[in-house]
Design a protein. Structure first.
Ligand SMILES: Cc1cc2nc3c(=O)[nH]c(=O)nc-3n(C[C@H](O)[C@H](O)[C@H](O)COP(=O)(O)OP(=O)(O)OC[C@H]3O[C@@H](n4cnc5c(N)ncnc54)[C@H](O)[C@@H]3O)c2cc1C
Length: 459
């Protein structure tokens, strides 16, 4: 196998990866930035370099702000490989990726993982029907192609991305049949405890309030405290039904967009056998790192939402901090130089993260939307395994997600457990009366991304 040497491979060209790669290159290290997308930007700034001025305006100032990061990384010596899907990283820092059907590989002195977040699964009855998508997927269509659904659309769930998409749809003239919010009164009470911290991050609060105001002004029907969500339809989504204050509601729509927050993409950190812990505030697993984002795997660090959800600005700051940490480890900086450069970044990061406890409490996804009560709800879409199947596995003695693979193949399809991992952990934990930490997560193995035998042979 031909392994090309490089100082640092950065995986993921979102805010964390772009900022990290630029910092490393500015410090004189050779850097390769790999991303499966066709351009830099990651999730939030997807398509930023190709978006027309009109589309940038439509998507809002937070989106347009990404142009600055994208241009900055372009002006460095960073070698950016687009369309590069990384399918394996070894603990010895061999990085294998697929590009144009060919396997290529690097031998890196260090690796920075900036693979971001993915949307939390939303396993409710009917969520696998055609016409149901995640809000993030719908937003990708808007960002990259400027298109939205035809006909009535319902947005359902909780979290800032849901309101942001609603606001973007209003501006794009896409009609919204309803915004169905699952947040309850008790979520607002729980969040109140963190209000002081949130007030110290007032620009975020102001943004949230102005999104909600715009949706109200746009006369979008808005339901709050919705429970018992169910997508109805025969072969195609036709309506979303739910209950508010004990009253049954039904909104007709051929497109239902679900969203209940994002969770770290931990496929690589898990495959590397790094330590993880359950974060009960964010209801997900996060890799254990030191304050420079370093894993307990030598010379491998993680930055951005992949290390815990903090948002785009925090991701860019973490990317720079992890880069400084790696540069020190590689002998490019003294500890004093690293710390001096890090100090203002840390202060800014602290300011950025003040809003998180408030958001995590306010938009805590309901248990019924994470752990389906109904047995017939599909949870592993690749292998068509239901919630009831997993509960039956537990009755038969299945103790955790890895045994569940042997019992019924869940997590063994093309997505490699990305879609069902958290749901399977939480169902088993609840059925066994254990914590998610005690039950654990899938043991992830390469290939992280699908690869054919022919492609593998090409390497
Ligand atoms: C679908 C979606 C839409 C979002 N939209 C918004 C928004 O509009 N506004 C907002 O404020 N926040 C949004 N967020 C949250 C936002 O993504 C983050 O806060 C922020 O982008 C995190 O930055 P990051 O650099 O950590 O990761 P990301 O921006 O997520 O970047 C990660 C990058 O890693 C790449 N990658 C992952 N795995 C591989 C692999 N195996 N091989 C190669 N490349 C890989 C991805 O292609 C991606 O470009 C969104 C999140 C999601 C999941």
């Amino acid at each position: 196998m031909n392994l090309e040497p490089v100082d640092v491979v950065v995986i993921g060209a979102g805010p964390a990866g772009m900022a990290g790669a630029r910092t490393l290159a500015d410090l004189g290290l050779s850097v390769v930035l790999l991303d499966e997308q066709s351009a830099v930007g990651g999730q939030i700034y997807r398509g930023i370099n190709s978006a027309s001025p009109a589309r940038r305006t439509l998507l809002g100032p937070d989106y347009a702000a990404g142009a600055h990061l994208a241009n900055a990384v372009k002006s460095t010596t960073v070698r950016h490989e687009t369309g590069a899907s990384v399918w394996q990283i070894t603990r010895e820092r061999q990085v294998h990726y697929l590009k144009n059907g060919q396997v290529r590989s690097f031998a890196a002195r260090a690796v920075l993982l900036a693979t971001g977040a993915m949307e939390r699964p939303f396993p409710i009855p009917g969520w696998t029907l055609p016409g149901v998508m995640t809000a993030g997927a719908a937003q990708i269509l808007l960002k990259t192609a400027g298109i939205g659904p035809q006909g009535p659309v319902v947005l359902a769930g909780c979290g800032p991305l849901l309101y942001l998409l609603g606001w973007q749809y209003l501006r794009a003239g896409i009609p919204i049949a309803a915004l169905v919010d699952t947040s309850r009164r008790e979520d607002y009470w729980r969040a109140r405890v963190h209000l002081l911290g949130a007030l110290r991050a007032w620009p975020y609060l102001r943004k949230g309030v102005s999104l909600l105001r715009a949706l109200r002004k746009g006369e979008v029907p808005h339901y709050t405290g919705a429970e018992q969500l169910q997508v109805e339809g025969e072969g195609q989504a036709q309506a979303l039904s739910f209950v508010v204050d004990g009253k049954a509601q039904r909104v007709s729509a051929s497109t239902v967009l679900l969203h209940q927050g994002v969770v770290p993409n931990i496929q690589f950190t898990q495959a590397l056998r790094a330590q993880h812990r359950w974060d009960d505030a964010q209801l997900c697993f996060v890799p254990e790192t030191d304050r420079w984002g370093a894993l307990d795997v030598p010379f491998i660090s993680v930055a951005g939402d992949g290390a815990g959800i903090g948002g785009a600005q925090a991701a860019a700051l973490q990317g720079q901090l992890s880069a400084l940490g790696l540069a020190r480890t590689l002998g490019q900086l003294t500890p004093a130089q690293r710390d001096a450069q890090a100090a203002p970044l840390r202060a800014e990061l602290e300011r950025n993260l003040r809003i998180r406890p408030f958001l995590d409490a306010l938009y805590r996804p309901r248990e019924e939307n994470r752990i389906p009560a109904r047995d017939d709800v599909t949870i592993c879409r690749c292998e068509e395994v239901t919630a009831g199947d997993v509960r039956r596995f537990v009755e038969l003695g299945c103790s955790g997600p890895n045994q569940a693979k042997s019992f019924g193949r869940c997590g063994m399809g093309p997505c490699q457990g990305r879609m069902c991992g958290l749901t399977v952990t939480e169902i088993i934990a609840k059925s066994r009366g254990l914590t998610p930490d005690e039950v654990g997560y899938y043991r992830i193995r390469p290939p992280i991304k699908p690869i054919t035998l022919g492609e593998l042979a090409s390497g």
